[in-house]
Design a protein around this ligand. Structure first.
Ligand code: PHE
Length: 342
């Protein structure tokens, strides 16, 4: 073994024996410092002839580089081990905190949506969904609301800056999903379509600009207004309880004819009259009516053969009425004092 090979073997053995970063540092001094065999060998170069000096000098350079490499490798290996040990030592035991917080739960609006779906699924409806970003055609035109029609004033629309002006919008109601469902399947159709809607409204106790609706659509042969009224009454008593009933009042919607607003017994006063219902005993929940032939036309259904009804109402409003929430804005605020009560 040459002298250089001996130096390298010693270095490897010394480093393998180092078990901490400090020991690696000490070994590095021993291997490369003033008192090291390498430095001594360097000094020995002076006694060699120029050729020998050049050759041995190069070998010593290479040996030094190799030793530095070994030191670096050993140091990073030990640093990794020490970091893992430190993380383990510093771990926080959060078991107790988790026990105090509880596992969390669904938001009231989501739970209300689930329960409403259950009621309608129990009546034989299927659940469908559509996009929140809609085109003017689905949100308005296919629903018999032409451009510049005054009925557009019923919905304060938020438009997106995308494509031609006022062509892409945030849906103002779930009615566009009626169109998508009719496009996607042939009748008979019995579907409910829940989802988030947007209107350019100023928030107050009874309005929030981001809210939820559930839409209903039935298309079949020989469907009459009586089925609509019966479906709404069945839903009302099964969701709000046997003391709460529904009634329909004439109204106008471009996509239904005839149209009605539907109201339920005020859940606060059970119909005797209070501040919430302005002493009427009734609370408005949504709109409904017989699907207008112009809407069937827009999706290519023969209005002579098919008829049906549609309804749409606020999910947040249902939650508000059932849980007697005085101000709807709290549904958007994520105040834990409110959330924890539910
Ligand atoms: N889309 C109407 C609204 O948001 C409600 C409605 C749905 C009315 C279906 C009739 C039929 O005001």
């Amino acid at each position: 073994m040459t002298e250089v090979e001996g130096i390298l073997a010693t270095a490897a053995a010394l480093l393998a024996g180092a078990t901490t970063v400090e020991e690696v540092q000490a070994a590095a001094t021993e291997l490369l410092g003033k008192k090291s065999a390498l430095t001594a060998a360097h000094r020995g170069l002076a006694g060699l002839d120029p050729d020998g000096r050049r050759e041995v000098g190069r070998e010593l350079q290479e040996a030094k580089a190799r030793i530095e490499e070994l030191i670096g490798a050993r140091r990073s290996a030990l640093e990794a081990v020490e970091r893992a040990a430190r993380l383990d030592r510093d771990r926080l035991d959060l078991t107790e905190a988790r026990g105090k917080r509880g596992p969390g739960h669904l938001h009231l609006v989501q739970r209300t949506r689930d329960e409403l779906e259950d009621v309608f699924v129990g009546m034989g409806f299927v659940v469908a969904e559509g996009p929140e970003v809609e085109t003017d055609w689905y949100n308005f035109e296919a629903l018999n609301i032409p451009p510049a029609h005054p009925a557009r004033g019923m919905w304060d629309t938020l438009y997106l800056e995308f494509g031609d002006p006022e062509t892409i919008l945030l849906r103002t109601h779930t009615s566009p999903v009626q169109i998508r469902v009719m496009e996607g399947q042939a009748p008979p159709i019995y579907a409910v379509m829940p989802g988030r809607c947007y209107r350019r409204d100023t928030p107050d106790a009874r309005h929030i600009p981001i809210f939820h609706q559930i839409e209903g659509l039935v298309i079949d042969r020989g469907i009459s207004f009586a089925e609509l009224a019966g479906t709404i009454e069945a839903f009302t008593t099964s969701y709000f309880g046997p003391d709460i009933h529904s009634r329909l009042r004439p109204a106008f919607f471009p996509f239904t004819e005839p149209s009605a607003e539907f109201e339920i017994t005020c859940t606060i006063c059970k119909g005797s009259g209070c501040r919430t219902c302005s002493q009427t005993g009734w609370i408005e929940l949504g709109g409904c009516g017989m699907v207008d032939p112009a809407v069937l036309d827009a999706v290519g259904l023969d209005a002579e053969e098919w008829s049906g009804f549609a309804f749409g109402f606020g999910i947040d409003r249902c939650a508000q009425m059932r849980h007697e929430i005085p101000d709807m804005r709290i549904l958007l605020e994520n105040d834990v004092r409110f959330l924890r009560q539910l």
